[in-house]
Design a protein around this ligand. Structure first.
Ligand SMILES: *[C@@H]1O[C@H](CO)[C@@H](O)[C@H](O)[C@H]1NC(C)=O
Length: 226
């Protein structure tokens, strides 16, 4: 091989390797506090104007949440960059999740984050499903146990009466300042405007009437808006 072909091969290998490991770039500065008054969180404040409160949220995660307001019997309190501007560019966020007896955080995905969850109170049955061909991984968690839901995969947490008759509480950390959440049933049956029932009847292999009934249900999510 000539020197130039060696160079081309080396450049190609470097390109492939860099794409295979491509991810969020590391921050270029100590912090980049989000300007909450700017639409879209693109602007940043100068360090001079930053203070400790930009990295702080007062007593938010110590309170038990109302789990009866949501049909699924759970309540997610997410602390992301919208709640703490100093999280901007930091690639991390935190959530408290309260579960009623027989409540669940229904199957959902975070398009931008891996999640690590620990049970503070009670017991949970948790699981996630891999990309096609869809292998299910599940675990029964006791207080203090820790479980990981890999980025983008559909996962759930359930507080079944067969395991406990008590409420449960978990804390989760997520590897994005803004992990996003797509609740599967809500996204499929409760989108606005609705997905055509022809599309869903074919996808789910049921009668259109079954889809129409599902679409007529009330699909509110279990995230606490505060
Ligand atoms: C979550 O809990 C808060 C406070 O207890 C309550 O105001 C809110 O309605 C609940 N949200 C959901 C979605 O259940």
């Amino acid at each position: 091989m000539s020197a130039s072909s060696y160079f081309l091969v080396a450049a190609f290998v470097a390109l492939v390797a860099s794409q295979a490991t491509a991810f969020d770039p590391s921050p270029l500065q100590d912090f980049c506090v989000a300007d909450m008054h700017s639409p879209g969180l693109h602007m940043t404040q100068w360090a001079m104007a930053v203070n400790a409160d930009d990295f702080f949220k007062a007593a938010e995660l110590d309170k038990p949440r109302d789990t009866m307001a949501s049909k699924v019997g759970s309540n997610v309190t997410l602390i992301n960059v919208m709640k703490i501007p100093g999280l901007n560019t930091m690639g991390i966020s935190l959530a408290r999740i309260d579960y009623a007896p027989s409540g669940e955080n229904p199957p959902h995905t975070h398009p931008r984050a891996t999640e690590i969850l620990t049970v503070l109170e009670g017991k949970l049955y948790v699981g996630f499903v891999t990309s096609n061909p869809n292998q299910l991984f599940t675990k029964e968690l006791n207080e203090g146990d820790v479980f990981v839901f890999p980025e983008g995969l559909i996962h759930f947490q359930f507080n079944p009466l067969t395991i406990t008759r008590h409420a449960a509480v978990a804390i989760a950390a997520l590897s994005s300042q803004n992990p996003g959440a797509i609740t599967i049933a809500n996204a499929v049956f409760g989108s606005k405007p609705q997905i055509s029932d022809d599309v869903l009847a074919k996808a789910f292999q049921v009668e259109k009437g079954t889809i129409d009934w599902l679409q007529a249900q009330f699909w509110d999510n279990n995230h606490y808006k505060f």
